[in-house]
Write a protein that binds this ligand. Structure first.
Ligand code: NAD
Ligand code: DAU
Length: 353
């Protein structure tokens, strides 16, 4: 079986759902259930014996050691993190605790478990660390996209904390031989994306008739990847990636934020036209910029393609359409987040059982 940390969040939940639909191998899903963790994301696998959920903190050595000793996973995939840049600017402490201290303790606990495995299992074991393109900093308009050897230049407390975890992961391979794999991915979008991030926030606010807050001039560029393509890339890295290597994952799909917001508005105009016939784009409002806002990210994913034969399957057009459709089809999921009801979904669910 494999151990997934942070599997109740956006990407982790998509990864777990895809894994269980493609493999018979069970998943232990270890997640603290912070505000970003939502067991409702995993409702479709509730009762599936191949999905074992354990609530816990990656920084809790005893709890992680217990899970490792009980389930003896052949691999760990680490998604657990504080992930929102704006929150890291308002309060960096949680980012330092989970993304640095937590990642360090997870590595230590996994190293100890790995060290006690029989030689054959030890050789096959993998620790996959899911990281971000933000560790490379910001690009000028004509700069080449980030490669695996681009210099680390993190600019926000979030990206600095992820950079620190990447360095620790690297050091655990170099020093102790832990068979690690690091992935640095661009911006994801898709189902179960928490509506504090750009795309889901714009969908949710548009439908609620609220302003669509675009930071600064809206010309910051991100490279967007449909979340299930990210998940397929991680599965491929786990399967065939070389221990100690870094793999950049991206969608070859750079777009300025304002274009993204207009695309979302256009799809909503088509699928859920406003009663008075006006476009949702009339709700766009330019607001104060994010402090230290990175201007452009772009990923060169050619190593993934050349070495591991991976390519994204969704275009931005197909992925964003699916995403808007998913939010329109799941108003209850959004409402539970807005009311905070998702936080006691488990209690309610078990009380009813
Ligand atoms: P998310 O915020 O939606 O989910 C994070 C999950 O981790 C939540 O379920 C949360 O409860 C859990 N968690 C937080 N602290 C924990 C702790 N101490 N112990 C155990 N669980 C904990 O994040 P996401 O967008 O799904 O991102 C997942 C990973 O992918 C993160 O490491 C992030 O840095 C990375 N990443 C995200 C993106 C993106 O666009 N969202 C892109 C590249 C990389
Ligand atoms: O690049 C990968 C990263 O992508 C991940 O590591 C992060 O975990 C993930 O949150 C994401 O970071 P961003 O800061 O790029 O994502 P966010 O959705 O917060 O913002 C996308 C862009 O949109 C960014 O330039 C800021 C802008 N923005 C965001 C919000 C929430 C707005 O203009 N208005 C908004 O209200």
């Amino acid at each position: 079986m494999i151990l997934v940390t942070g599997g109740a969040g956006f990407i982790g939940a998509n990864f777990v759902l895809d894994w269980l639909s493609l493999h018979s191998e069970p998943v232990v899903n270890f997640d603290l259930l912070t505000y970003a963790g939502n067991l409702e994301n995993l409702a479709s696998v509730e009762g599936n014996p191949a999905h074992i959920f354990v609530q816990g903190d990656i920084g809790d050595t005893a709890a992680v050691a217990r899970v490792l000793a009980t389930y003896k996973p052949r691999a760990v995939v680490n998604f657990a993190a504080e992930s929102h840049v704006d929150r890291s600017i308002h309060g960096p402490e949680d980012f330092i605790q989970t993304n640095i201290v937590g990642a360090f303790r997870l590595l230590e606990t996994v190293r100890s478990y790995w060290g006690g495995l029989p030689p054959e299992d030890k050789a096959k074991f993998r620790f996959a660390h899911v990281s971000t393109d933000e560790v490379y900093g910001s690009l000028a308009p004509t700069d080449a996209a980030f490669t695996e050897t681009s210099r680390y230049e993190p600019n926000s407390p979030y990206s600095a904390s992820k950079a620190a975890s990447d360095h620790l992961v690297r050091a655990y391979h170099h020093t102790y031989g832990l068979p690690v794999l690091t992935t640095n991915c661009s911006n994801n979008y898709g189902p179960f994306h928490f509506p504090e991030k750009l795309i889901p926030l714009m969908i949710v606010n548009a439908l609620a008739g609220k302003p669509l807050p675009v930071y600064g001039d809206g010309q910051q560029v991100r490279d967007w990847l449909y979340v299930r393509d990210h998940c397929s890339a991680i599965r491929r890295v786990l399967e065939a990636g070389r221990p100690g290597e870094v793999y950049n994952i991206g969608g070859w799909n750079e777009k300025p934020n304002l274009d993204i917001v207009h695309t979302v508005c256009g799809l909503l105009d088509e699928m859920r036209p406003r009663a008075e016939g006006k476009s949702y784009s009339g709700q766009i409002t330019f607001v104060k910029d994010r402090p230290g806002h990175d201007r452009r990210y772009a990923i060169d994913a050619s190593k993934m393609e050349k070495e591991l034969g991976w390519k994204p399957t969704e275009t931005f057009e197909s992925g964003i359409r699916k995403t808007v459709e998913w939010y329109l089809a799941n108003p209850g999921w959004v409402a539970n987040i807005q009311s905070g009801g998702y936080r006691d979904w488990v209690q309610k669910q078990y009380a009813a059982a």
